[in-house]
Write a protein that binds this ligand. Structure first.
Ligand code: NAP
Length: 292
């Protein structure tokens, strides 16, 4: 298929690479064009604007940091909205606010364009290995269009129905739960370590018994090694997700006291350790609080 891909950060570059590898014709655009170099070498073409990346394309992906970045590439004379043909499809994979999913869908619909909200679970290594989980919502015909492309980048697609905002909300629920797991692991590891038990030993028991899930395996290994840089998922992006989850919680009148604690711990980790740490660095602050 003729595809556009906008946003070549840690996740986007890996996903676009798999689409190029699957022999699709991919035009790429990134705010910092040097990040496109290896994709161009692999066969992608460089577009000079989001509009150019969308022009004459059946499907255009966006994988951008946040809502503001998405708005920047959508709008204006050089924007995606101006380039996408009527009936062509925009697949948004970024983690965005529920309200943003609705707003972007309406903007596309007004121009006769199609929109699928399809955020993902999985860190950059999973994106490279085409092992992402995709949480998609939108028109089922649009899902059909995207299905062969999703097959090249993911291990499983969950379809949540026609309401695009559902995909954003489920993704935000999932990220809230991942950070909860990191917090729980961090506190348990600090407790075990102060009691003389090696982190690896604790992890072996937990992941080998009741906690045998990807979140505990992935983050357990990171916490056991204290490997918080370079970030696979940068703490400021995690903070953005906790903020978006909190916005939904407020709108839907759902008290989430644990979410407030996690948000503060992320702020603490960024304040103490810098903007470039992984979001799992909340465990480092937990260690410091425990005198480790
Ligand atoms: P990243 O490496 O920081 O990449 C962010 C991308 O957004 C870059 O292409 C960046 O362009 C672009 N961008 C930022 N602000 C922009 C603006 N104002 N205008 C145009 N482009 C802008 O982030 P990532 O880790 O790939 O994450 C991307 C999305 O996936 C986020 O929504 C994140 O929450 C979500 N996600 C991440 C992970 C993970 O483990 N990393 C997992 C699941 C979902 P430049 O290169 O020019 O800076």
């Amino acid at each position: 298929m003729r595809i556009g891909f906008i946003g070549l950060g840690q996740m986007g570059a890996a996903i676009a690479g798999n689409l190029v590898g699957a022999r699709h014709e991919v035009a790429v655009w990134n705010r910092s064009p040097e990040k496109a170099r290896s994709l161009i070498e692999a066969g992608a073409t460089l577009a000079e604007s989001p509009k150019a990346a969308a022009t004459d394309r059946e499907v255009v992906f966006t994988m951008l940091a946040d809502d503001t970045a998405l708005d920047c590439v959508l709008a204006g004379e050089r924007g995606l909205l101006a380039g996408l043909a009527p009936a062509a499809l925009h697949v948004s994979m970024s983690t965005i606010a529920v309200a943003t999913a609705v707003r972007v869908e309406e903007a596309h619909r007004a121009l006769g364009q199609r929109f699928l909200c399809a955020p993902v679970f999985g860190r950059p290594a999973a994106a490279v290995a085409a092992k992402l989980f995709i949480v998609a919502a939108g028109d089922s015909a649009d899902l059909q269009t995207a299905t062969p492309l999703f097959g090249a980048v993911s291990q499983r697609v969950f379809y949540l129905g026609a309401k695009t905002s559902a995909a954003s909300l489920v993704k935000l629920c999932g990220n809230f739960m991942i950070l909860s797991a990191i917090e729980a692991l961090g506190e348990a590891m600090a407790l075990a370590e102060k009691g003389g038990i090696a982190r690896g030993q604790l992890l072996e028991v937990l992941t080998g018994s009741l906690f045998d899930s990807p979140a505990y395996h992935t983050y357990g290994a990171i916490l056991a090694e204290g490997r918080f840089k370079p970030a696979g998922f940068a703490a400021p992006l995690g903070l953005k997700d906790m903020r978006l989850a909190s916005q939904s919680a407020e709108a839907l009148r759902v008290p989430m006291p644990l979410l407030s604690v996690l948000r503060d711990h992320l702020l603490q980790a960024i304040a103490q350790q810098g903007e470039d740490v992984d979001w799992s660095a909340i465990a480092h602050s937990i260690n410091k609080n425990a005198g480790l």
